[in-house]
Design a protein. Sequence first.
Lengths: 174, 913
Amino acid sequence: MLYEQHKAEIDGILARYPVDRKRSALLPLLYLAQDVYGRLNRDSIREVAEILDLPYTDVFEVVGFYTLFYNEDVGKIVLDVCDDVPCCFCGAEELVADLENRLGIKAGETTKDKVFTLRRVKCIAACDQAPVLQANLEFHNRVLPDKVEAMLTKLRNDVEAGKPVSISGRLAER
Amino acid sequence: MPDMVTLTIDGQTVSVPKGTLVVEAARQVENLIPVFCYHPKMAPVGMCRMCVVKVGTPKMDPATRQPVVDADGKSVIAMMPRLQTACTTPVSEGMVVVTQDSEVEHAQRGVLEALLTSHPLDCPVCDKGGECPLQNLTMGWGPGKTRFDYNDKVHFEKPVPLGDLIYLDRERCILCARCVRFQDEIAGDPVLGFYNRGRAWHIISQSDPEFDSKFSGNTTDICPVGALTSADFRFKARVWELQPIPTVCNHCSVGCNMTFDTRSNDIKRVMPRENDAVNEIWLCDRGRFGHHFNTSKQRLTTPLVRKAGKLQEATWEEALSIVAQQLDGIRSTTGGKAIGGLAGTSLANEDLYAFQRFFRETLGSANIDHRSGSALDLPLDDAGAQYGIRSGTDLSTLGKGTVVLVFGADPEEEAPVHLLRIRGINTRGGSVITLNGRPTKLDSIAKHALRYKYGSESAILAALLKPLLDSTPADGKRATLRGFNDLVAALKGFNLDEQASGISADKLNTVAELINSAENLVIFYGRDALTAGASVPAGLANLLVMTRKAGATNSGLISLLKGANARGALDLGVRPDRGPNYAALSNAGLDAKQMLSAAREGKLKALYVAGVDPVGDNPAAAESLKKLGLLVVQELFLTETAKLADVVLPVLSVAEREGTYTNAERRVQRFRQAIRPTINARPDWQILQALANQLVSEAVLSAAGGDKSRKQTRREEDKARVRSEWTYASPAEILMDIQANVAGYKGVSYASLQGPTGQWGRQANENYYFDGTSYQNTGGLGVQLPAAVETSSIQTLQPFSVSTPASVADRPWTLVGATFLYDDGALLTDTDLLNNRKAKAVVALNPVDADKLGVKNGERVTVSSGRGSLSLPVHRTKLAPEGVVVVPVGVNNVGLVSVVEGGATPVAIRREA
Ligand code: SF4
Ligand code: SF4
Ligand code: FES
Ligand code: FES
């Protein structure tokens, strides 16, 4: 169904690669599947494998390898907070605690309304902007305590307003 | 001689071919660098770091590009700054390798300490215990102590099934990827993979069904720990209690070498036995797990004799004398021609030889066959022996320069380990060409994967032969080719109908060129080819002749016949038209089909059936058999045929006796007795010998009464035919008789079959080197018989003609009966583990065709030919090309046998309401 529903986009992705290298389209297709289904479960992974004529196991391997492919339910917006050393010096732990507090969840969990998932990640290569987090791959730099409230409100409003969000960062990409 | 490179390893000088890896070079001087992920049958990956060593190379002067020498004139060695993995580092001239010093030791201890941090203390309950590289390397190289907190161990749910056959214990896995690489590289079934990362890294299989491969059992052998264990062997025995008995797989014509590992007179597991020329170190899952028939409770345990309409237990004396008396009666009234004999392809050479002797000499009958008389029988294949792969060929060494042509065969289903060997040739640089009527797994690696339309096989071969013929100079060379002019005549005016054959002439020209320029040409052909008419094997043989490869080194035909010893049966004359060694007979007897019709007409009075099941193969045969005066069945099981018998004689299985088989490559191999029989059964040859001897004396007896002069002549005749009393004390003595009387088997004896042992050197004391499992071959490598063409100076082209099947207007589809590895054959009795993998009783139909007919998966269709019809549910699959429907052979209740006419059959298909 993925193919039928997103034919134009998928054909566009496939067209970027030679026909005999279809497997190159794996990551973009997984992003798409993840956005459409909200996560990558067994069925959606198999769908992607079939579009690309890949062995199922190969596609599962890729999904398992990358932390940005979610094999369990996540919210509309995934907040990946860096808790690596430089960020920690600049208040990452306080940021995580603050977010846990405001969202009422622990890191690794999803809010009841399924809007936010909070996760700890390692260095995301923006140490000069520490503390940093990514909301669906969109960077939020220097997230100091005074910015947190506004950021969350804006993100929540976007979701409520039906603005297209992409947990895979697929839309951010453009 | 390839370029040699000289290096020193721990001060020892060694010369090895260029490209050799340090780990292999070290092994040549018995320096066993410990490894986990490295496996000599697979490309190195350097994943585990167990094999680290110090490596130095001669220092070069950048200006002169010459080695720098010290005051003594010796090369200055520049040591690499870090330890190197010996399994990924190729040797180079002047290299210096240090495998033992404190730095290396420190690293090795570190690797083992790290591996053990997440390894459970399972050894006492682990199936690998006792043959486990991790145990062995820990003893040899491991740290005595760990700094790791036991409570920090990673825990996974204890074993999870990977499909029906294999269990995975992720805690035990050391992530060496041997299993993944085996599946990807060697088996070509990429069904295993890694999931997640870091300490959560683990093996998964997400194929459908899980671990969907016919070779999965091999991963339990090469896994260097007890992470992968087989459902069959789990918790069955401790390995050090097992006694490995050398045997040969009797499930297909590859003839894989293996051992029955026994304890307390029971087969606990089957392991491969290394033989590079046959199976290297691999087995397919049918061979590995299909041993339960040997110990099945369903086996016949005692002779049965029909009394008052019912089969009742009897003594051997009683049963044998009934058979002898009745056979003698028929023999003296109607003569041997009223007696027929079928002896199957699972019988040993010794049995088969005794069988034909019994018929030809004792009974004076030429009615002998090894087939069951059904429409699915394969034609008698002589090309595979005449033009067979040259003796001395070792497929495991072939690569660059070799072309493998797979014509009308699906090695994966018909002879699985051949698939691995063909893939190996491809990996080593050879080319594979598949020419089939339907897709097979080999297509994915084939240089040319061509799909012909069923019926056009001979036309395809003609198109391949034609350019070869045209390019053969009209000089003296032609004169050495017998049959050249006939072939020219047969191909005169031939033009390929591309539409009808499905392949373009250009493509076939390219293929012809490729096989013509190949150094070695190996041609596999199977059921599809064998059933496509005599011109197909003949055409394949002609390809060899026309490319000057008939009888040439590393070239020839490999015919994938059904049954482990089909070649033996053909070689030894268990057939109506030829005697042992393909000797022409003045009077041919009846073949199996003719015997059944003769029985129906009352002309055949007695049928003696050993290891064949005519009724099981074709229920309609029962009608014929019921007309017989005497039906004797010599069997393992109470088959459908045995149920109709007057006398049933139970036989010992391959595990309970000795014997030899001849495989598709004409290698004669010996199997040993692994377990003591616990039933009142006898080996086939012994039964035949007892009967033969009784019949000699019976002949004398029955000559006593009645018309004296007539009886007297008969007696004289019998005497002349019957050489003497049979006095074989063992199958070894029959083989001596075979080698004395069957030219092709010259030099084959139990002593020669014992042959050289061991190849890439897995010695018992070296087990820990590559893995824990001993593949050591103490049972011999067998003897490969020469093909007829090797010994003749004149090359003969076989009679060949192009046939175009007439299309039948109201039967536009083609029905193909296909062999599947997991069928309902008796040899899989009690191997319930494989039940889910068995071929289903369905019609495979291309989705496009299914849509045309408007049938969904599982809906029934009627398939009818000129002979009859069958009704089966549909399975939509691309494995059936458009226009073709595939139905499995050897699966119960498919009704295929009453529909097919020879090979591919024109049929009509109707959707059932
Ligand atoms: S299961 Fe065995 S062979 Fe496979 S990666 Fe783990 S340890 Fe290696
Ligand atoms: S390939 Fe054939 S001979 Fe080898 S193990 Fe499998 S069934 Fe037995
Ligand atoms: S440490 Fe946080 S972005 Fe690098
Ligand atoms: S890294 Fe060489 S054996 Fe594993």
